[in-house]
Write a protein that binds this ligand. Sequence first.
Ligand SMILES: Cc1ncc(COP(=O)(O)O)c(C=O)c1O
Length: 401
Amino acid sequence: MFHEWAHFEGSPQEIARNENYWAIVRRAFTLNEDWINLNNGGVSPCPTPVMDAVKRHMDFANLAPVYAMWEVQVPQREAVREKLAGLVGCDKEELALTRNVSEGLQTCQFNLPMQSGGEVLTTTHDYPRMMWAFQQRQQREGIVLRPFRIPTPAEDFGEVVRLFEQNITPRTQMILVSHVNFVTGQVMPVREIVALGRKHGIPVIVDGAHAIAHLDFKISDLDCDYYSSSLHKWLCAPHGTGMFYVRRDKIADLWPRLGAPVEKQNDIRKFEEIGTHPAAPYLAITEAIDFHLAIGSQRKLARLLYLRDYCAKRLMEHKRIRLCTSLKPGFAIGLLTFEVEGIDPNQLKDWLWKEHHVITAVIEYDQIRGIRLAPNVYTTIHEIDRFCEAMNTAIRIVFTK
Ligand SMILES: Cc1ncc(COP(=O)(O)O)c(C=O)c1O
């Protein structure tokens, strides 16, 4: 399959506009042609080679799971660890395979030490489940959650870092920051925030849910201690796969969420002690990485940004639409969040689905009441056009003021 698109030449920006190239990529997915899925931000479909691999590994495991899964497949995870470490840019001995971004984040959120009255600094655009984790610690141990607001969109990284610094108090004992936030796709200056935390002796946990396999970067660029991500979002890996990076000298002191053998105290694999679970999804991460690399990180990012910008340009023809996502280079990924004056986003989302079979996400978070679009590599310009035409009808005919 990959050979079909291997002969295409051109810069990432040229390839981003070449619908023939992306039509071949699209054929790698099994899709319902009646649906336009513009919400790949929660979880993405896997391409066929990934689904085939999951099935192959499941079938093999099922021959005699105690042997095939535990004795053959579990050791095979090591090759996956190594390959993934190469992709994300860290040492394989610092990378645990998890089920999603939440597992790694909550390991830090619950187990990094804090005193009663100690504060956690984060933004009002960090993810709800991460807030629930802190709220639980708040109830149980009396820690204090201190979210603060960043500009939307934030197009001055210096200002964002200054806001973090201004909000640090003598009681701040932890910082949680999204590398890319889920609300608008805003990119955050993580390297600088990590450096700030280090200067003040405060651990910084990085939520990389939307960054891995979307932004083109290496974890080593960020110089962070804790970084977690899901792989079922932008890597299109099997559902229920994630990764958790912990800097080597931080592993021993971080308790795993579930008990692990004492001998594993210094071993990143202690974070994988979660009880019996299938090996197949983890092994098929290999095919997801191959698929991602066959496109290439730069081409993929360029395409996702191209789709976003194309759609944004058409939406901005309507005076009632306000974009919440930055279109300036470097400040956001290929998500697009917008509000429509006078239209309830829940009603709009339901109407888009019922009348046009377009799948979108509602964002009602902090001060935003809008719709978030998250196209993927299989999304066509024709689909974006169909969505924009549906929006024309919504604004001019259905939801008039
Ligand atoms: C920024 C962010 N963090 C965390 C999560 C939780 O992801 P998961 O359910 O894969 O753990 C999400 C999910 O969309 C997210 O967008």
